[in-house]
Design a protein around this ligand. Structure first.
Ligand code: C2E
Ligand code: MG
Ligand code: MG
Length: 576
């Protein structure tokens, strides 16, 4: 090969190499250790936003292009490589001549001559795009999209770090669990966009209540957590909690609408309540539920008795799972008396649980657990079947119109396998019309405007299964529910009846409820009648039916039957 050809070849390689470097955003450099000089390739100048005219690279000055926090690192890497004759490899940040901050991957390798380092050859690659993508992925996996707050994962990481720091510095940490009250209803009523705005607004308010050093995170839905650390005593916690309750109860304005909300807060303290993260989290959650149970819009510090209650609850859950199979349930019946005639042709079926070791457990203590675990579906089904078999007998031997009311839980209406639809089949299997059974519902069922639920209730009514609205006056007592769905009976809650004396406000309320119900064609049943005075006042107010200890406590089927026999005998005696 001629000399000129070799030169041509070399030139071509150089040109191609330049394009390759440009495309890969890779610049080369070389330090000559003997001359203490630095050489940059064209791409390296471009990377630094400068040109050979404007800048002459030197080892001492080039290092100043690194962002200040990276300078000690690159110095050490270079020094070690030269001393040991090895290469190095780092990702760090440069500040270019125009002030752009970019991420570069720096690689350097030492060239030895006679066993000594003579040169360092290296390359730079602009990896800003890769870093940006990495950051985005990190953001997505650690931060909540809607509020830009740390998510559950990041929150756990922060909590772990803060607990470790507190352990070292002997300080305290408070963990707050915050749940918005009635958020679900807001979401259902106004739609998800509205719900999102409320969450964002709530996040902003929470952020206003904390110090810069505290961590606010969104765990999902309407659940937030706050970590308050570096505490010597718990005074700041109380201030923050009070602030939160106040800020959250201010109206939420979105577009032209105004909604009111509140928050329930559970609080655990490190190290007083627990030292492990999972326990702290669990306890804060338990405390939050206690705050909700006590009426919402409040805070609750964790106490050991909550743990005991949670334990007792777990025992109930476990025992409840086998109670049906073990025949531990019983149905008792309480007469529903026609107030004008004293005659009994209606009864309410009420469940009793005879626990093998703990004796009788009241429905108040296990119905909510059965609902939360979904066990209420099978239990409710069993109660209904018992009541249906019973009403068949009593229709035959006492009154062909006998009717039994069965309490139903909102959970049974949400259930997708639609066991309630089987009621009709079961009744016709027993040769019974729908009118033999009344389904008692609470306002909780009607509050959920889900069309599915209304469909189920309509299906009942089409088959003549009547609907009774239980505990009226304790919940929202909203007349709008009565408009939304036609019901047959309204049961005035015993809390009204209990305090009733002539001229009292409660009697006025009862009168108003009765008058209103009658206007809507609804029959009224008063619950909890314990005295003759109650009964007389209710008769005067126009109430149709009554239920209560004055007439009878709930009775076993056998005792109820005996009572019916007595009634029958009395009636026939009167006829004679
Ligand atoms: P509820 O449906 O409002 O039933 C009336 C409750 O008041 C019954 O309590 C009854 O024993 C009690 N009671 C009746 N008359 C009087 C009275 O004169 N004075 C007083 N102080 N109390 C009276 P119980 O049986 O303990 O049931 C409590 C609640 O548990 C029921 O309230 C109902 O909501 C629920 N429950 C009971 N059985 C079932 C069931 O089979 N399924 C469902 N889902 N819930 C049930
Ligand atoms: Mg009831
Ligand atoms: Mg009731």
């Amino acid at each position: 090969m001629h000399n000129s050809e070799t030169e041509l070849e070399t030139q071509r390689s150089k040109d191609i190499f330049k394009v390759v470097q440009h495309m890969a955003k890779i610049g080369g450099w070389e330090i000559d250790l003997h001359k203490d000089s630095l050489f940059w390739t064209e791409e390296t100048y471009l990377l630094h936003d400068t040109t050979p005219e404007n800048y002459t690279p030197t080892v001492a000055s080039a290092i100043n292009f690194y962002a200040p926090e990276w300078i000690p690192i690159i110095r050490l890497a270079l020094k070690t490589a030269i001393e040991k004759g090895i290469s190095f490899d780092h990702e760090l940040e440069l500040i270019t001549a125009t002030g752009r901050r970019i991420w570069v991957h720096v690689y350097g390798t030492v060239v030895l001559k006679d066993g000594h380092a003579s040169k360092v050859l290296g390359a730079f690659q602009d990896i800003s795009d890769k870093k940006k993508a990495e950051l985005e992925i990190w953001q997505k996996s650690n931060f909540d999209f809607l509020t830009e707050l740390p998510n559950r994962r990041m929150f756990r990481y922060c909590l772990e770090k803060k607990i470790k720091a507190a352990r070292r510095s002997n300080t305290k940490v408070a963990l707050l669990f915050i749940d918005l009250d009635h958020f679900k209803e807001i979401n259902d009523t106004y739609g998800h966009d509205w719900g999102d705005s409320v969450i964002k607004d709530a996040a902003g308010r929470l952020n206003d209540c904390i110090r810069d050093s505290d961590t606010l995170a969104r765990l999902g839905g309407d659940e937030f957590t706050i970590i308050i650390d570096d505490l010597n005593d718990y005074c700041p916690v109380q201030r923050i909690v009070n602030d939160i309750l106040k800020k959250m109860s201010e109206p939420f304005q979105i577009e032209a609408e105004v909604a009111y909300m509140s928050a329930s807060i559970g609080i655990t303290l490190y190290p007083d309540n627990a030292t492990e993260i999972d326990a702290l989290l669990k306890y804060a959650d338990q405390a939050m539920y206690v705050a909700k149970d006590q009426g919402r819009n409040r805070f609750q510090y964790y106490t050991t008795s909550m743990q005991e209650a949670a334990l007792a609850r777990r025992v109930i859950v476990n025992n409840l799972r086998v109670a049906l199979a073990n025949n531990e349930f019983q149905v008792v019946y309480q007469p529903i008396v026609e107030l004008n005639s004293n005659s009994i042709h209606k009864a309410e079926a009420l469940i009793r649980w005879h626990h093998p070791t703990r004796g009788l457990i009241s429905p108040a203590d296990f119905i909510s657990v059965a609902e939360e675990t979904g066990l209420i579906i099978d239990i409710g089904e069993w109660i209904f079947q018992q009541a249906a078999q019973q009403v068949k007998l009593w229709r035959r031997s006492f009154n062909p119109d006998f009717q039994i009311s069965v309490n139903t839980s909102p959970v049974q209406y949400h259930n997708t396998d639609n066991k309630l639809n089987l009621w009709i089949n079961y009744l016709s299997g027993l040769n019974l019309p729908g009118s033999a059974i009344v389904a008692e519902i609470t306002e909780g069922v009607l509050m959920d405007i889900h069309s599915e639920i209304l469909d189920k209730l309509r299906a009942f009514r089409e088959e003549n299964i009547q609907i009774s609205l239980d505990d009226f006056g304790t919940g929202y007592s909203s007349l709008s529910y009565l408009r939304k769905f036609e019901i047959d009976y309204l049961k005035i809650d015993q809390s009204f009846v209990r305090n009733m004396k002539s001229n009292s406000k409660d009697i006025a309320l009862c009168e108003a409820i009765i008058a209103m119900a009658h206007k809507l064609g609804i029959t009224v049943i008063a619950e909890g009648i314990e005295t003759l005075e109650h009964k007389d006042l209710l008769i005067k107010a126009g109430c149709d039916f009554g239920q209560g200890y004055l007439f009878s406590k709930p009775l076993s089927a056998i005792d109820f039957q005996a009572m019916l026999v007595t009634q029958q005998n009395n009636e026939s005696r009167q006829l004679v």
